[in-house]
Design a protein around this ligand. Sequence first.
Ligand SMILES: [Zn+2]
Length: 344
Amino acid sequence: MPNNSDLPLIPTSVVGSHGLPGWMYSALEQTELGVFGATDEREMYDDAVKLAIQDQESAGIDLITDGEMRRWKFVQSFYSRMSGLTLQDPLRKLGPEGYDSVPRYVAEERITVPEGLGIVSEFNYAQKQASHALKATCPGPVTMSIHIRERPSAYKNRLELANEFVGPINAELKALVKAGAKYIQIDEPSHSIIGGTIDDYVDLFNRTVEGVDARIGLHVCFGNLASRPRFERGYADLFPKIMDVTADELVLEFANRELRDLDVCAQITEGKDVVAGVVDVKSFHIESAEEVAGKINKVLEYSPAEKVGVVPDCGFFTVPRWLTVRKLQALSGGAKIVRKELAG
Ligand SMILES: [Zn+2]
């Protein structure tokens, strides 16, 4: 994200999803019940995207997304575009929402994605609405596989399953570039579930983005379903191998971990840019612009400003819309303070 002439120093962006407006939860329930026709449904999603874009632009975010408003729970909506999958009941239906209470799929046959992932049409619509620079986001092959059970399966293990998604994602990314995407972020929070090594993870990523002529970001966090992480929350084990990914920038989560691991920014900016999470999406605490500026300045202790961008830790899917807006305003305000300080 940094080093780009159309963006300011220490550009602000988002990781992807925006807080859904309250009415949309109700509308989605009605859709499930068959109350909405196809036109009503399209209008609902279009309106939601317009709101997400408007919220981000009004808050002053430099590089925005469509809020991922047409997706459900990050990856769930992609499964409906795949063949070879059979839906299974969640393992647990009672109690709080968690990683064990989402719908699961079994790959009874090899998976195909006959019509593509649909991200190009999301991007085409958003491009018509946005006046700020626009970023496209796409789950990586490992993350795309997370709600598909490892057993029983047409695949011998999760690595082979994840590998099946490399081709379809690569084709989608190339089509995004043709549609005008200049910034693409791949989301791979789930690196530790493939059961392979960090080398397998890097290899999958590099084949996924091969030949994709855009600025590429890799977002690695620790999971965010129901605002809960899923993995041990440290980045140190990924280094130095993660630097072999063919990405221009790493987009990492720091705010929720009280800036733990911030020293990795020094390693990252030896070869790439770092886009640091400085707003906590897992907390109701409303950061002030000054507080965010303080966190950005901590990042700058490790990395030169021209190699730094800032974001919230992860998507806002589990955050109410009003709170999402307040947090975006704090992010934008914090970056403005630091730019002013640096200007002298
Ligand atoms: Zn994330």
